[in-house]
Design a protein around this ligand. Structure first.
Ligand code: HEC
Length: 264
């Protein structure tokens, strides 16, 4: 199935590209398959999606402003989450991408975030786009917004939520991520409230997950942890998820971005 996704995305790009570009794109693709690097394949498919005209407006995402100006990708991911004046709220990468998909392309929220092939285990466009955009921040230090009052508010809310016990099991994030040396089965549970633990981990999201051979994003990670906490899962791009991502990224600030990574 995954091979199909790559295949389909590549075929689309090949159909649109001029002959010379076709050749190099195809060679690049073959090389990656040979090297067995799924992360790069996701980045490549993400680039195709970024440039693909879609939605009622038949627009690409190339004018999407991720905080550094329309279409500027270099270092943009490392400066997220941040406050965006046009929507008067703090957004992480995926929330901002969704904003661009609904405004620039005129797509519905539901359609823009749907899982490919209607299968919950398949990625949505977000995974590919996140891989592509984040890859443009390699080597840039994480410097999420922390000065605007709404950015400070998001940080404080995220911090509160991290330690807030809730749900049937009365768990907080800190119940699992608050004590050194804790583990679930084979997973070591990092103390994410400490910069030492947060820095190398936050600098490698989004990531390819080896255990189930899928590419996953930070919005997915937060939701999956809420699921493990046995609470209802927050909505995609909600204030809750953005606040937690802000808190964790600010805790990791200063670390050079070196993702998309590979996780267990
Ligand atoms: C029931 C235990 C549990 C709770 C509660 C929990 N998590 Fe997790 N979390 C995990 C497990 C298990 C992993 C995966 C570790 C691995 O992949 O090896 C994980 C991984 C993560 C990671 C990725 C770390 C990395 O390797 O990069 C982040 C970020 C994270 N959790 C955030 C949160 C947040 C935020 C909350 C609260 C909303 C939370 N978690 C609550 C169990 C939990």
């Amino acid at each position: 199935m995954r091979a199909l996704v790559y295949g389909a995305a590549t075929a689309l790009a090949l159909a649109a590209a001029p002959a010379a570009a076709q050749q190099s794109q195809f060679e690049k693709y073959q090389k990656m398959v040979a090297e067995g690097s799924p992360v790069e394949l996701f980045e490549l498919s993400g680039e195709e999606l970024w440039k693909k005209k879609q939605g009622p407006r038949q627009a690409s995402l190339e004018k999407c402003d991720l905080g550094k100006g329309p279409g500027v990708l270099k270092g943009a991911y490392a400066a997220l989450p941040r406050y965006f004046k046009d929507v008067d709220r703090v957004m992480d990468l995926e929330t901002r991408l969704l904003h661009c998909m609904t405004t620039l392309q005129g797509r519905t929220r539901e359609e823009a975030t749907k899982r490919l092939f209607g299968d919950a285990n398949q990625p949505s466009e977000m995974e590919y786009l996140s891989a592509y955009v984040a890859g443009q921040s390699r080597g840039t230090k994480l410097a999420p917004g922390a000065a605007h009052p709404k950015e400070k508010e998001a940080y404080e809310l995220g911090k509160t939520m991290f330690f807030y016990r809730t749900g049937a099991w009365d768990f907080s994030c800190a119940s699992c991520h608050g004590e050194a040396g804790k583990r679930i089965r084979m997973s070591e549970l990092p103390v994410l409230s400490e910069p030492k633990a947060a820095r190398p981990l936050m600098a490698t999201w989004p990531a390819y997950r080896v255990s189930n051979s899928t590419f996953v994003t930070m919005q997915w990670r937060i939701n999956d942890c809420y699921r493990q906490m046995r609470t209802p899962e927050p909505n995609f791009g909600s204030e809750t998820t953005v606040a937690l991502i802000t808190y964790l990224t600010v805790t990791a600030k200063g670390e050079a971005y070196r993702g998309p990574g590979t996780k267990r």
